[in-house]
Design a protein around this ligand. Structure first.
Ligand code: AP5
Length: 224
């Protein structure tokens, strides 16, 4: 029986905000704490690229340039992923929706299953802070993330968790960062009003330090 079948409302969430706002950092922690699914569309696409699948080959050029992968690719991919068992008690969509048509498609695919979003958490942050964070971000293949300014690894260049070599994401180069921010303003920011109009928007100050952002999330979202 699903959580919904037991009368528990699944904690279905969207994390929305500019590149570098800390959506992935917070989503990983919060999903584990609450036992819900974490769906990062960026991670799905990066894994597909590494595996060399048709999806990965199609997404590659868009991602390197900091452009959006077309809605026609993203919407069915997410609708399918939401059916996985790890989403039965709820999910965090991290990086989706990114356009109003993606937001509408999500609403339709949830309502077709009698489900709905509990909230869209808007990670509100100044653009210059986002640029600084992305320029300092280092990633490990195991998924752990670091920041040269705010969360450096204990040993330079190596992951604290698995010892793997840390690398900079291709789209964290200055020109791709600039493009991603332009694309965010042009396509994604409209979703703030989309969710505000549905009374689903929860704003948090994403410019605060990591533990303060985690506490704000705990306060803002319903407890089991
Ligand atoms: P994606 O991977 O989703 O990238 P993004 O949305 O640009 O977000 P980021 O991962 O860059 O930032 P974040 O907010 O998760 O911040 P993070 O926690 O890492 O997408 C990549 C690409 O895939 C897109 O450009 C597009 O091409 C494609 N794509 C994905 N989804 C798509 C969709 N739906 N439609 C179309 N195309 C799609 O934190 C950043 C840094 O800051 C880290 O170093 C971290 O350690 C540090 N940090 C985090 N929080 C704090 C804090 N509070 N204080 C100080 N430092 C902090």
């Amino acid at each position: 029986m699903t959580a919904a079948g037991q009368g528990i409302v699944p904690l279905n969430l969207v994390f929305l905000g500019p590149p570098g706002a800390g959506k992935g950092t917070q989503a990983r922690r919060f999903a584990v704490c609450r036992g819900i699914g974490h769906i990062s569309t960026g991670d799905i696409l990066r894994e597909a690229r590494t595996a060399g699948t048709p999806l990965g080959r199609e997404a590659h050029g868009f991602m390197v340039r900091g452009e959006l992968v077309p809605d026609v690719v993203m919407c069915p991919l997410v609708a399918e992923r939401l059916k996985a068992p790890d989403c039965a008690k709820g999910f965090i969509l991290d990086g989706f929706p990114r356009t109003v048509p993606q937001g509408t498609a999500l609403e339709e695919s949830l309502s077709a299953r009698g489900a709905r979003l509990v909230a869209c958490v808007y990670f509100d942050m100044a653009v210059d802070v986002a640029v600084r964070r992305l320029a300092g971000r280092l990633t490990c293949a195991c998924g752990r993330m670091y920041n040269l300014d705010t969360a450096p690894p204990s040993k330079a260049g190596a992951c604290d968790a698995c010892g793997g070599a840390l690398f900079q994401r291709e789209d964290d180069r200055p020109e791709a960062i600039r493009r991603r921010l332009v694309v965010y303003e042009a396509n994604t920011r409209a979703l703030v009003e989309f969710y505000r109009g549905r009374n689903q928007l929860v704003r948090i100050d994403a410019g605060a330090e990591m533990s303060a952002v985690s506490e704000a999330l705990e306060r803002a979202l319903p407890r089991p």
